[in-house]
Design a protein around this ligand. Structure first.
Ligand SMILES: C[S@@+](CC[C@H](N)C(=O)[O-])C[C@H]1O[C@@H](n2cnc3c(N)ncnc32)[C@H](O)[C@@H]1O
Length: 221
């Protein structure tokens, strides 16, 4: 379902340009099989951000089958990407995809609960810092604050953090949207996360209705 207007999304999507034919085919396979992956509008926005920011070290929370991680690595040929997922169904398929795509060599796939993995990464960074300069959060919707608070410990000053699905198909503003009642907990925690980031004086926050809703957060320089 579209959170704004189906016709507008259809119109915008008609201008969507995949990075290349391989990624277009990968997207099509994932969409046909109902695999979760970033929406076209979200990808177009991220592609713009990557061109402008040219990150060298990207952290992603929420890998699924690896589409967005491969998209990040393909878009930024000089960058290294770390991506985290705990889904037992996702892990073997993402692992295989990273073995098959040449970009897999630049993708560090960590498996397990992102909160635990990030805690360990924070400890490791105390000994050997290796800061990230672009962060994408696209995992469990009840845990964005926990992911964000940890991830920013690993970030270089001025890093941009993009959080996907903050409007949750519109349920965040109107629970009468189909299915909203089933996701009460996610909605409650996502609302708290939105309050939290907007209440912090040290963050610059922009919230967009693109895709399923994006929060774009810039850390202080
Ligand atoms: C929407 S999918 C990610 C899609 C992916 N970014 C893409 O566009 O190709 C969300 C993923 O987050 C993972 N996930 C949810 N909660 C998690 C957690 N606490 N730790 C690690 N992974 C988590 C799920 O297993 C799922 O694969």
């Amino acid at each position: 379902m579209n959170i704004t207007n189906d016709k507008i999304t259809e119109y915008l999507d008609s201008y969507y340009k995949p990075l290349d034919d391989d990624l277009a085919a990968f997207r099509a396979r994932n969409e046909e099989n109902g695999v979760p992956l970033i929406l076209r509008e979200t990808e177009s926005y991220l592609a713009m951000m990557l061109k402008v920011l040219k990150p060298r070290h990207i952290l992603e929370i929420g890998t699924a089958y690896g589409y967005s991680a491969i998209f990040f690595a393909r878009s930024c040929p000089e960058a290294r990407v770390t991506t985290i997922d705990r889904g037992q169904r996702m892990i073997p398929i993402a692992t295989k995809n990273f073995e098959e795509w040449p970009e897999g060599e630049r993708i560090d796939f960590r498996t397990g609960d992102a909160r635990e993995i990030l805690d360990q990464m924070i400890k490791d960074a105390e000994i050997k810092p290796d800061p990230y300069d672009f962060i994408f959060i696209d995992a469990g919707k009840s845990h964005y604050k926990e992911f964000f608070d940890r991830a920013i410990h690993l970030a270089a000053p001025g890093t941009v953090v993009v959080c996907d699905n903050i409007l949750m198909r519109g349920w965040i503003v109107d629970r009468s949207y189909e299915g909203g009642k089933r996701h009460r907990t996610n909605i409650k925690y996502m609302k708290q996360f939105i309050e939290y980031i907007n209440g912090r004086e040290d963050l610059t926050v922009s919230m967009l209705s693109s895709g399923d809703g994006l929060a774009v957060i810039k850390l202080d320089e």
